[in-house]
Design a protein around this ligand. Structure first.
Ligand code: AMP
Length: 284
């Protein structure tokens, strides 16, 4: 695996591959890698001849400075994991390489950039769009792989591709979970032992919500169940739970046959904010 720090070197290496008609797959990450990230590398390796992974903790997508400072960084371990996973190129730029000057671009993604994560983290997706568009320009991949764990982010990236008229195929990959169901996340590393055990309730509650839908309960009953289960106590603090149309993220008040729905959640466990989602159509 080649480890590259500058866009010039990256461009030179990738131009060589492109000349020999190799397809380039790209997996952007913020590091502190886990099996969820590696599943994206595997998905890329399956269909592309060259896989590039970037590790860059993007300052413009953090609206909370202390969250940015506390974000786990472990570049050596990450590089080892990527090497073992068969990644071809690891791109680890400095902030000044990505942002030689301040990026002042403001994107307009409409409704999907006003709800859920966007509502609680103002400017977050604008920062994501900034960094992803810059990385896309540097890597110029044929395909880019994103986790459905960040469901709203995948929708934003698809919209970004449309708006910038980029010819990149966006591949959404399934959520990888620990044995107790908790969605893998770099943030899980910051949970205490007690909090980590408690966090397993989040996916259980999501499954419970799905089962209530399957058994014909109405929306009010499903929301009440989730809120009761994650009732604020010293550990949990529910930020949002919403059942939305899967393709628009519009929150719904009832289910219509034949439509795809998704339940999305953000919940603090201690001081750590975790997100998860579950398609509500997987049992039907
Ligand atoms: P991050 O480093 O958190 O920005 O994540 C980089 C990529 O990995 C994003 O596309 C995430 O959606 C994806 N990802 C994070 N956690 C998981 C997971 N548990 N399963 C699958 N993909 C994931």
């Amino acid at each position: 695996m080649q480890i590259v720090k500058t866009k010039t070197e990256l461009g030179r290496i990738l131009d060589g591959h492109r000349k020999s008609s190799e397809t380039i797959g790209f997996v952007p990450t913020m590091g502190a890698l886990h099996a969820g990230h590696l599943s994206l590398i595997a998905a890329s390796k399956k269909v592309c001849s060259i896989t590039v992974c970037s590790i860059f903790v993007n300052p413009t997508q953090f609206n909370d400075k202390s969250d940015l400072e506390k974000y786990p960084r472990m570049p050596e371990k990450d590089a080892e994991m990527l090497e073992k996973a068969g990644c071809d190129i690891l791109f680890m730029p400095e902030v000044s390489e990505i942002y030689p000057k301040t990026d002042t671009r403001k994107f307009d993604f409409g409704y999907i950039d006003t709800v859920l994560e966007a509502a609680v983290r103002p400017g977050h997706f604008n920062g994501v769009a900034q960094v992803v568009s810059i990385l896309f320009d540097m890597v110029k991949p044929d395909k880019a792989f994103f986790g459905q764990k960040d469901y709203q982010q995948v929708m934003i990236i698809r919209e970004l591709i449309k708006q910038l008229k980029l010819k990149i195929e966006i591949v959404g990959c399934p959520i990888l979970r620990d044995a107790d169901g908790l969605a893998m996340s770099s943030r899980n590393l910051r949970l205490s032992k007690e909090e980590r055990t408690a966090a397993a309730l989040i996916p259980k509650v999501m499954l419970g919500a799905m089962q209530l839908k399957e058994s014909g309960r109405n929306m009010g009953q499903i929301y009440a169940y989730v809120e009761k289960k994650l009732d604020p106590n010293p550990i949990y603090n529910l930020d949002y739970f919403a059942i939305c149309e899967a393709d628009t993220l519009k929150e719904v008040s009832s289910f219509e046959p034949g439509k795809a729905y998704i339940a999305l959640i953000a919940c603090f466990v201690g001081n750590i904010r975790l997100i998860d989602n579950l398609s509500l159509n997987s049992l039907s």
